[in-house]
Design a protein around this ligand. Structure first.
Ligand code: MLT
Length: 407
């Protein structure tokens, strides 16, 4: 008798964004004439930057030419892309990251889900609340938790984000091995300064813990005092893995390209106390389970680092930040307590009532989709998240409709 992985039975609800999509399509079916504006899932709406499109086209033409055609590429990514990433995203910011420490992949979601398999089943895991659900669900699937009660899984150390701490959780008050951090934060849009991030690095060094730092939204940082990478913090090379993505930076949500940085200095231990390089383990995992991102996609991603690509991606992220500023301004003017929306494409809004009720009210009265904060964890109850990924016109219309709906 084939048996299932029963850890899947512990998973609480359906994946947050699937549940939202289900409610939206049910509403759309009942109200076919209503035009819905989606400020829910953080999915980009503007096309790929022209520099990326040209590089993509050129690479497809190469694939059509027998002399230039390429089959399997290196599992970790082509050197042309890894070198650009290391130079532009890290070395240019004083962070010592080498090209061979970069693993190109088809998404930060997959990487953040897959990375935990290189750690022991019995490590203790610290996860912020509210949080991007993938970190939590994948640890549940792997069997690192007990069952959930009142929306919290036994065995997880939750790091509460509240308006009191500005949604930057305090260090854990019990020993933990693996810590998930995301800044600029999804879902709250909160950012972390060097000193506070330094506190986490010091903690991890002293506790022999590891930080999984999700920097998928770093391209939205405009405040020069904020770190873009955890490797800008001294000592982080030994205790942090960083996740990055071209999805939000360059509109690659449908194109798929991201990367994970595993410095050669990062170690974890086997039961006999021997230290092992995580780079070796992740390399092994990549070569066994992954055949690399397609060549044209990697060429398109490389073009992000050209002069034109840098200008165009800046313009792209600026446009979403303009939307974020508008949402922040309008929701604040309507009397809602907000955070985020500056240096981040998400605005976290105190909803004054239950977050799913607020979601349903906005959908029904305004035809606007947001994301209920409760879907990101217990501390998200009473909040909703607005995403800035849409056109300026749609965001303006959405805000007009929200104003009428809450009047
Ligand atoms: C979100 O809306 O939180 C993100 O789009 C989800 C993702 O990047 O997978």
């Amino acid at each position: 008798m084939i048996r299932i992985n029963e850890n899947y039975l512990k998973l609480e609800a359906s994946y947050l964004f699937s549940e939202i999509a289900r409610r939206v399509s049910a509403f759309q079916e009942e109200n076919p004439d209503r035009e819905i504006i989606k400020l829910g899932i953080g999915d980009v709406t503007r096309p790929l930057p022209p520099a990326c499109v040209s590089a993509f086209h050129r690479a497809v033409d190469e694939m059509a030419d027998e002399a230039l055609f390429r089959g399997y590429g290196p599992e970790q990514g082509y050197p042309f892309l890894r070198e650009k990433i290391a130079a532009h995203d890290f070395m240019a910011r004083g962070a010592d990251i080498q090209p061979d420490e970069i693993f190109v992949s088809d998404g930060a979601k997959c990487d953040s889900a897959n990375i935990q398999e290189i750690f022991s089943d019995d490590i203790s895991v610290a996860i912020p609340d509210p949080v991007y659900p993938v970190y939590l669900d994948t640890n549940v699937m792997a069997g690192r938790t007990g069952r959930a009660t009142d929306g919290r899984y036994a065995g997880i150390t939750y790091l509460d984000g509240t308006s009191g701490n500005g949604f930057i959780p305090a260090l854990p008050d019990q020993p933990v091995d693996l810590i998930y951090l995301c800044f600029p934060n999804n879902p709250t849009g909160a950012t972390i300064g060097r000193e506070a991030l330094g506190g986490w690095v010091d903690y991890a060094r002293q506790a022999k813990a590891l930080i999984l730092f999700d920097a998928a939204y770093e391209a939205f940082i405009r405040d020069d005092s904020l770190p873009h990478s955890i490797y800008e913090i001294p000592g982080a090379r030994e205790v942090a893995i960083e996740l990055r993505s071209f999805s939000k930076t360059a509109g690659f949500t449908g194109t798929r390209c991201a990367y994970t940085v595993v410095p050669r200095a990062c170690r974890a231990w086997s039961a006999d106390g021997t230290g092992h390089l995580l780079h070796t383990l992740w390399h092994r995992r990549h070569t066994t389970k992954f055949n690399g991102v397609s060549y044209p996609v990697q060429r398109a991603a490389e073009a992000v680092y050209s002069d034109a690509g840098q200008m165009q991606t800046r313009e792209l992220t600026d446009s979403y930040l303009q939307n974020a500023a508008l949402i922040l301004k309008e929701m604040t003017a309507l009397g809602f307590e907000c955070i985020g929306g500056e240096n981040a494409p998400y605005i976290w809004v105190k909803s004054k009532n239950n977050s799913w009720e607020f979601f349903d009210m906005l959908l029904e009265k305004a035809g606007v989709v947001c994301t209920p904060g409760a879907g990101f964890g217990r501390c998200g109850e009473g909040y909703v998240r607005f995403s800035a990924f849409n056109s300026f016109e749609n965001v303006q219309t959405a805000m007009n409709r929200v104003r009428e709906a809450v009047a």
